[in-house]
Design a binder for this molecule. Structure first.
Ligand SMILES: Nc1nc2c(ncn2[C@@H]2O[C@H](COP(=O)(O)OP(=O)(O)O)[C@@H](OP(=O)(O)OP(=O)(O)O)[C@H]2O)c(=O)[nH]1
Ligand SMILES: [Mn+2]
Length: 175
């Protein structure tokens, strides 16, 4: 059964992302993405509740007014440090952020890496179907190539997630 802590993290993510939409043509509510990331982890057999809660909260610091301190107060240090690990520093240039994701993939904790794999899996599944609003075909192609570099540094984390990602990469002739 879902715990109250788990439901509170879903409720918090839904509130914080309530005015945000994905960049797909339908403008899917942003919260659908974080639910998909969490579902990817459950499907891969992950039962670690802090990891599942951090998956639901993985974009609240990066993309809303929430701080890591807020997450810590509400959900504790374990969840907050996982969210911190999967949060890009938005004060950096985009190219630097992209480079750091590749570098940091190799040195973050296994639990944070699970969330990173599940996040990439959802974004790539989406990119297989849609070109996000405002993206060129080239930018879409580049995302697959960059995501493969990130995922290559996350290998050995979870067989099922990596297998599903590899199916996508092989369809794109990147394997
Ligand atoms: N595929 C896809 N992505 C969308 C969509 N709407 C929003 N995004 C978000 O866009 C980000 C990927 O686009 P980028 O060009 O790398 O980043 P940007 O948003 O900062 O410009 C992802 O952020 P992220 O979750 O932080 O992931 P990542 O950048 O760490 O991979 C993804 O969640 C959509 O409809 N499809
Ligand atoms: Mn995400």
């Amino acid at each position: 059964m879902a715990s109250l802590d788990f439901m509170k993290s879903l409720q918090f993510a839904a509130q914080k992302h309530s005015k945000q939409r994905r960049k797909d043509p339908e403008g899917t509510p942003y919260v659908n993405h974080v639910i998909n990331v969490c579902t990817n982890l459950v499907e891969a057999g992950i039962e670690d509740e802090a990891v599942l809660m951090a998956a639901l909260l993985h974009d609240v610091v990066e993309d809303t007014d929430t701080t890591v301190g807020d997450v810590e107060q509400l959900f504790g240090t374990d969840v907050a440090s996982l969210v911190h690990e999967v949060t890009d520093d938005k004060s950096l240039e985009k190219a630097e952020r992209k480079r750091l994701q590749i570098v940091n993939a190799a040195r973050s904790t296994r639990r944070a890496n699970l969330i990173k794999l599940a996040d990439k899996l959802d974004n790539l599944r989406d990119l297989q179907i849609n070109t996000p609003h405002g993206w060129t075909e080239e930018r879409r192609e580049e995302y697959f190539v960059w995501a493969k570099q990130v995922v290559d540094n996350l290998r050995g984390t979870n067989e099922q997630l990596e297998r599903e990602l590899d199916e996508i990469f092989s369809q794109r002739n990147l394997l």
